[in-house]
Design a protein around this ligand. Structure first.
Ligand code: ATP
Length: 260
């Protein structure tokens, strides 16, 4: 199997503070990872390294075979799909959903030329259909609900057929119905043979879609546990990561956790 992400003692220091501390981690092309940990654990920092948006202060990070610091990140980034709130903020509020997805093919967030390739437009419409957004194609991004915006962010992030898909809290702030519907879509996407390697960040085990194969638990910038999901999302490692005694259950592929 091909490694799409390889961290070797990856460390990030900001303002004299170590926010990611000697992380060793690798993602294979068939893997679907979830990264969990409390606020401030370093999850977004780790995702930004994998997204080639940030360089490690020390150690080595390889993404899609390229070593950060020794490669042109502007060539690497189009091969990576990233859906995050920070990315969504760059989409103009009056941009239509079809354009918000379509412009990903050109690496921009605002429609800037009148003519797009008809192949790209067809691809964007097929993706809207896949993510249940076709009926909103001509609506302004800023007018969508949080749940619809999350779907639109993911749709945009898969437009370029990325080799690595990174999702930062895809179901945060969604109501129960929107969360469950998005998780079902993520499950069917993750189980497709055509889906790339996936890494998603979340705070809650209830937000892990069925089909995620591996988990990484972070605390204070360090790795508490990592590996196959059923070995990691268990009482011991999860209680250690969140700093309280937790009871963890799994049913039909979904996890729940509560304080003991
Ligand atoms: N530029 C910076 N300068 C100083 N500290 C920073 C900087 N960027 C991030 N941090 C700190 O690093 C820590 C890790 O941040 P990060 O956003 O990666 O955590 P997280 O696990 O994603 O948190 P959350 O769950 O709250 O989103 C936090 O305490 C944050 O305040």
């Amino acid at each position: 199997m091909t490694q799409v992400v390889a961290f070797s003692a990856a460390t990030v220091v900001r303002n004299g503070r170590t926010i990611l501390d000697g992380v060793n981690w690798s993602v294979d092309e068939r893997d679907r990872w979830v990264v969990l940990g409390p606020n401030g654990a370093g999850k977004s920092t780790l995702l930004n390294l994998a997204a080639a948006q940030l360089h490690p202060t020390s150690g080595q990070v390889k993404v899609l075979g390229e070593t950060l610091g020794k490669t042109d990140v502007f060539e690497l980034r189009p091969r990576i799909g990233l859906a995050s709130t920070a990315m969504a903020r760059r989409i103009p509020a009056n941009e239509t959903i079809i354009d918000a997805v379509l412009t990903a093919a050109y690496g921009v967030t605002g429609r800037w030329r009148e003519q797009y390739d008809s192949f790209d437009e067809e691809q964007a419409r097929a993706i809207l259909d896949e993510w249940d957004l076709s009926h909103l194609a001509d609506r302004a991004f800023g007018s969508l609900s949080d749940g619809e915006q999350k779907r639109a962010q993911i749709a945009r992030s898969v437009m370029t057929d990325p080799e690595l898909l990174l999702l930062d809290e895809p179901s945060a702030s969604l109501d129960l119905g929107a969360r469950e519907s998005l998780l079902a879509s993520l499950t069917s996407y993750a189980q497709s043979d055509f889906a790339p390697a996936i890494v998603m960040v979340t705070h809650h085990v209830e937000e892990i879609p069925v089909g995620i194969t591996h988990a990484l638990l972070l605390k204070d910038g360090g790795v508490v546990a990592q590996g196959p999901i059923d070995e990691v999302i268990t009482e011991g490692p999860l209680s250690e990561a969140f700093g309280l005694a937790l009871e963890v259950t799994k049913r039909d592929g979904r996890f729940t956790a509560r304080a003991k």
